[in-house]
Design a binder for this molecule. Structure first.
Ligand code: PMP
Ligand code: GLU
Length: 397
């Protein structure tokens, strides 16, 4: 039996693979330091869990409308109004099984062979592969570490062709943690508008920001921008709800309804009780988000400080998320035993084998000189992980 060509054109998700590897090593009793996980280490809050338990008890266990319950859509609209100053109607919102699923569905309904989609790099590992699955072409718009891993309108314009259909924005960014200022976002969005591009704004890390940084919601930049923008978000990161699998998309009612049609022929509704839990998260107390951010910020400071003491290592200070994306130029070309480190994969393998530290190789995010380190884990593990990395780097010659 042979597989369809399309599945051979994509790679497994490196983030999920490395996280699974760390978990399986832990289960075998290996003293592993997992710095790969792309999810908060905090638990879902009790009032959110209670809402799901109550939903189960009330027998809320049947199919719901394909694109989510009205209650949830209304809670999402209230969230956009309250937090972002944008008014969406429930008909402009559809809920899927995680923000990843929202993006997948959206790409399926928007893109086809002949289209080009702009992805600023470093990028979240799933964007290019999801675009390849639509037969469109991912076009990588590279940034440099020197520019703080940000692109600008000039760089963007160089990649726009008559085939360019859309631009994906993800600020704060997975994997760099870098966030665009409101002015920088505005300028990029203006360039996209000037070329009639659709803007897909993945705002999943909007609330995980440091030093009071306020992420600019793209759709809040005005009515004309809102018409061209599809906003993707979800409770996974903000409310530590990765396993519940809820994500949502807001934008033109026509596109939203096409996504719902696709979903009606694939997964149907997202899990009923997870929808109830998300309503509780969106409508409940919000103060825990700030507290958790402060903890992420404390960890970020330690990660950046320690990385900067390592010779040959450089890192841009993240403005948000729970990732750092250091470059290890100093390690490249060096040896251990009869092996030479020539790529992020070589370095990640070396750290894994010699020090049992699990990271995600940067090539999965578009930069083969870097590793992604997640600090969504305890300070103790972070400190031990960085100590081991420092020691292993010194052993290279
Ligand atoms: N976008 C980005 C940038 C992410 O890092 C993630 C993390 N998985 C997602 C979307 C999807 O999140 P989820 O499917 O868990 O809602
Ligand atoms: N987004 C997280 C990460 O980048 C979770 C895993 C995934 O869905 O890619 O690690």
């Amino acid at each position: 039996m042979s597989l369809a060509q399309r599945i051979n054109r994509i790679q497994p998700s490196a983030t999920l693979e490395m996280t699974a590897l760390a978990n399986s090593m832990k289960a075998q009793g290996i003293d592993v330091i997992g710095l790969a996980a792309g999810e908060p280490d905090f638990d879902t809050q009790d009032h959110v869990k209670e809402a799901a338990i109550a939903a189960l008890r009330q027998g809320f266990t049947k199919y719901t409308p394909v694109g989510g319950t009205n209650d949830l859509k209304e809670a999402i609209c209230e969230k956009f109004q309250r937090e972002n100053g944008v008014s969406y109607k429930p008909a402009e919102v559809t809920v899927s099984c995680g923000a990843k699923h929202s993006l997948y569905n959206l790409f399926q309904v928007l893109f086809e062979a002949g289209d080009e989609v702009l992805i600023p790099s470093p990028y979240w590992t799933s964007y290019p592969d999801m675009i390849v699955l639509t037969d469109a072409k991912p076009v990588i718009v590279s940034s440099t570490m020197e520019s703080g891993y940000k692109i600008n309108p000039e760089i963007l314009k160089r990649h726009i062709t008559p085939k360019t259909k859309a631009l994906i924005l993800n600020s704060p960014s997975n994997p760099t943690g870098v966030a665009y200022s409101p002015k920088e976002i505005k300028d990029l969005v203006q360039t996209a508008m000037d070329h009639n591009l659709t803007i897909i704004s993945d705002e999943i890390y909007e609330h995980i920001t440091f030093e009071g940084f306020q992420q600019q919601c793209v759709a809040a930049l005005g009515e004309e921008v809102k018409k061209r923008t599809l906003t993707v978000n979800g409770p996974s990161k903000t409310y530590a709800m990765t396993g519940w699998r809820i994500g949502y998309l807001a934008g033109s009612a026509e596109i939203v309804s096409a996504v719902t049609k696709l979903q009606g022929q694939s997964t149907s509704n997202p899990t009923s009780i997870a929808q109830k839990a998300t309503v509780a998260a969106l409508k409940g107390p919000q103060d825990e988000i700030r507290r958790r951010c402060q903890e992420f910020e404390r960890r970020r400071n330690v990660v950046v400080e320690k990385l900067r003491t390592m010779p040959g290592v450089s890192v841009v200070k993240p403005d948000g998320t729970f990732y750092a994306f250091p470059r290890f130029d100093g390690a490249f070309g060096k040896r251990y035993g009869d092996k030479v480190i020539n790529s992020s994969g070589d370095l990640a393998t070396y750290l894994l084998k010699e020090a049992q530290v699990v990271t995600v190789p940067g090539d999965a995010f578009g930069d083969d000189r870097a590793l992604r380190l997640s600090f969504a884990t305890s300070m103790e593990i972070i400190e031990e992980g960085l100590k081991r990395i420092g020691t292993e780097l010194q052993k290279l010659s």
